[in-house]
Design a protein around this ligand. Structure first.
Ligand SMILES: Nc1ncnc2c1ncn2[C@@H]1O[C@H](COP(=O)(O)OP(=O)(O)O)[C@@H](O)[C@H]1O
Ligand SMILES: [Mg+2]
Length: 397
């Protein structure tokens, strides 16, 4: 069918035509943010899940919901290798400038901007990647100790007061939080804790890979009590069906039931895969309805497309020993696997593989669901590893 009208949208962070199965969580966040605005106790929320389950698009949608309700937001993504203060400062500045246009909050927002100037100046020595415009001179003693834990606390406090005066809330949406260093996470947790104690309307809605939960707990032991960690997973069958049927129907196209069953079986309900299968089934079909035969012939091209994009971008960042480690995991099945079993597959001892395993965790390729266990962070990655490194030559160094 006409590819121009193809509604499906595979891609990292690409909004889906139908955000299926996430209404409950959006409602939970809506309530939490409204409570925050009223100064009622609320927990910050960190959504955790594998790659491609839809964390980023959900975060963006929640942010749109919040903005539409008159809540002030900022949105950042933590890239590997950049400091949290560096990515936060410019966005915080934008938010504070917007707040300063509110008559009731003006003086307080300006004070927060002075705090931001002191914050950036004092931390520049340690975090040389901080770059932010100054609108006001620093206020001596405000957020300018040069110590992130103290200064972030001060800064979020003055920003929180400004939001409070404006009758709004300040919500930080932060994606890929697992890449933030543990001491920087600790500072963020302390600052949020402080705001919560003072009933200031500042809250975090974050997203990250499953290892985020453990990282937060290691950064501050009380983090587990301070935050909710909803798990974002594959869509249950009714929502997965809706993710396909609704966009097709909006274009006047029907999808047969057995075709839908086929898509759900192949994708296991993972949102990224649903978009890819939807797209290829649409392009393969010549007319409505989309049939099970269309889905069958679309599978090969859907898998090829995933191998070239979704899987490939991850694989290309690996060095040879990391590739072998993941291939050994794949040889054992979807996982999780014991470190000892992986080492045995490679004919090595567990300790000597420790550095490789750690690098893979840092790169966000694998995580440890429980002590000594290792699992992929990318769904169906084991099957991809079999396709990209077939046979058994890979064990050789
Ligand atoms: N609830 C959903 N229903 C249908 N498609 C979705 C849903 N959530 C995400 N997607 C699609 O899945 C893909 C991956 O989403 P993304 O937010 O980048 O995942 P993550 O951030 O978890 O890796 C995108 O193509 C997006 O359109
Ligand atoms: Mg994402």
């Amino acid at each position: 069918m006409d590819p121009v009208r193809n509604p499906f949208a595979p891609g990292a962070g690409t909004p889906p035509p139908e955000l299926a199965g996430r209404d409950d969580l959006r409602e939970i966040i809506r309530i939490a943010l409204e409570r925050t605005r009223l100064g009622r106790p609320t927990k910050s929320v960190l959504m955790v899940g594998l790659r491609g389950v839809g964390k980023t698009v959900l975060l963006d949608r929640m942010r749109e919901d919040a903005e539409a309700a008159g809540i002030h937001t900022l949105r950042v993504e933590a890239p590997e290798g950049r400091s949290l203060p560096a990515i936060l400062a410019p966005q915080l500045r934008q938010t504070l400038l917007r707040l300063s246009r509110n008559e009731k909050a003006k003086d307080f927002a300006q004070r927060a901007l002075r705090g931001l100037a002191g914050f950036a100046k004092a931390l520049k020595v340690k975090y040389s990647d901080i770059e932010v415009g100054f609108d006001f001179d620093p206020e001596p003693g405000l957020a300018d100790n040069g110590d992130l834990e103290n200064d972030l606390q001060d800064l979020l406090e003055v920003a929180g007061v400004a939001a409070q005066k404006a009758g709004t809330a300040l919500v930080m949406f932060i994606d890929e939080l697992q890449y933030v260093e543990e001491d920087e996470l600790a500072a963020l947790i302390t600052a949020l804790h402080r705001s919560a104690q003072r009933r200031l309307p500042v809250v975090l809605v974050g997203a990250g890979l499953p290892q985020l939960r453990g990282r937060m707990g290691r950064a501050k032991s009380y983090a587990e009590r301070l935050f909710d960690f909803p798990e974002i997973g594959p869509l249950p069958p009714p929502a997965a069906r809706r993710a396909i049927v609704k966009p097709a129907e909006d274009e006047g196209v029907k999808v047969n039931n057995d075709a839908l069953d086929g898509i759900i079986q192949q994708t296991r309900g993972y949102p990224y895969f649903l978009q890819e299968w939807g797209k290829h089934a649409w392009d393969t079909a010549t007319k409505s309805p989309i049939t099970v035969n269309d889905v069958d012939s679309a599978s090969a091209s859907a898998i090829a497309a995933l191998d070239e994009s979704f899987f490939r971008v991850r694989f290309d960042r690996l060095n040879p020993s990391e590739k072998r480690y993941l291939r050994a995991m794949a040889a054992l099945g979807p996982g999780p696997h014991r470190s000892g079993d992986i080492a045995e597959k490679l004919g090595r001892d567990v300790t000597s593989l420790g550095p490789t395993r750690n690098q893979l965790i840092t790169k966000g390729m694998i995580w440890s669901p429980s002590h000594g266990d290792t699992a992929f962070t990318v769904p169906l990655f084991d099957e991809f590893m079999h396709r990209i490194m077939p046979g058994d030559d890979w064990t050789r160094n």
